[in-house]
Design a protein around this ligand. Structure first.
Ligand SMILES: [Zn+2]
Length: 281
């Protein structure tokens, strides 16, 4: 189509932020940091390469995801430990915080709950910022690698995509069948993954993660959580995923409990206050 005569003026209109987040409840990061100092380790789970594992933390506890042997990306799902219908909502977390999450930002839950499930308290990759390609770390813009898209694009039957890894881990943890568990798997927080959208075509891109052994992302659990983490078959996601080609490494999840009374004044967030009448009496 031919451009209208005022095309330049229309493009020059300044954007407005869809969800100004100044009114979001602010986490008390100082309180969390103090509580974390005296916290003791409760246990750990090693996530094998090209596989996933579940872990549980109570409201008020902490969990840390670490790179241990080499650069590796992780795909994280979270559920309310007592009700799998409340799960991480990556799209709304993106709308509220932006394309990539870091310290002070939250993993929000699905409707009708829409409350913080976990708050990021430490991110050793926060120095990365946004690179010259528009890439950054820990995204909520990707989905999770899955065998359906692989089949659609190249006719493959690959079984160790994050979607299948998370499905098997959730089935093993809960006793649900594979097909029942699969329905609870959802879009992820892409831990340590470096991604963005190309400027010229707007396509989703990935590049080698800057993560190195010792790097970690740590969370405060706002509610009782069941988590599942997949060590993506893409490894550091520098080349390809959805295959056994990339070099992969395990990931470590550790759980910590603060000292008694260390969280005085903190309360686990209630579910969202919308009355759910949807305009009908
Ligand atoms: Zn993956």
């Amino acid at each position: 189509m031919t451009e209208p005569s005022d095309a330049a003026a229309r493009r020059a209109v300044e954007p407005v932020i869809c969800y100004p987040n100044e009114t979001l409840p602010v986490p008390d990061l100082e309180l969390y940091a103090q509580a974390r100092k005296g916290a003791v380790k409760l246990g750990e789970v090693v996530v094998p390469p090209r596989d996933a594992a579940c872990f549980r933390v109570k409201a008020g506890q902490f969990f840390r995801i670490s790179s241990v042997e080499g650069p590796q990306v992780g795909d994280l799902n979270l559920w309310n430990a007592e009700d799998l219908s409340e799960r991480f909502y990556s799209g709304k977390s993106r709308a509220l915080h932006g394309t990539h999450l870091t310290v002070g930002e939250r993993m929000w839950s699905s409707f009708p709950y829409l409350r913080p499930m976990a708050t990021i308290i430490t991110d050793t990759l926060d120095w990365y910022g946004i690179d010259a390609y528009g890439g950054s770390v820990h995204d909520v813009i990707g989905t999770r690698c899955d065998p359906y898209t692989g089949n659609l694009l190249s006719g493959t039957q690959y079984h160790h995509c994050c979607h299948s890894n998370l499905t098997r881990a959730l089935a093993d943890e809960t006793g649900l069948s594979l097909h029942e568990a699969e329905a609870h798997v959802h879009d992820v927080l892409n831990v340590f993954m470096c991604t963005g959208f190309t400027r010229d075509t707007g396509q989703y891109f990935m590049k080698a993660s800057p993560v190195r052994p010792g790097d970690h992302l740590e969370f405060f659990a706002e509610i009782d959580l069941l988590g599942a983490l997949s060590a993506c078959p893409g490894g550091d996601c520098s080349t390809e995923h959805s295959s056994d080609t990339a070099r992969c490494h395990p990931l470590l999840v550790e759980m910590f409990e603060p000292a008694q009374g260390a969280l005085n004044g903190w309360v686990s967030p209630p579910v969202n206050g919308y009355d759910r009448s949807h305009g009908r009496a």
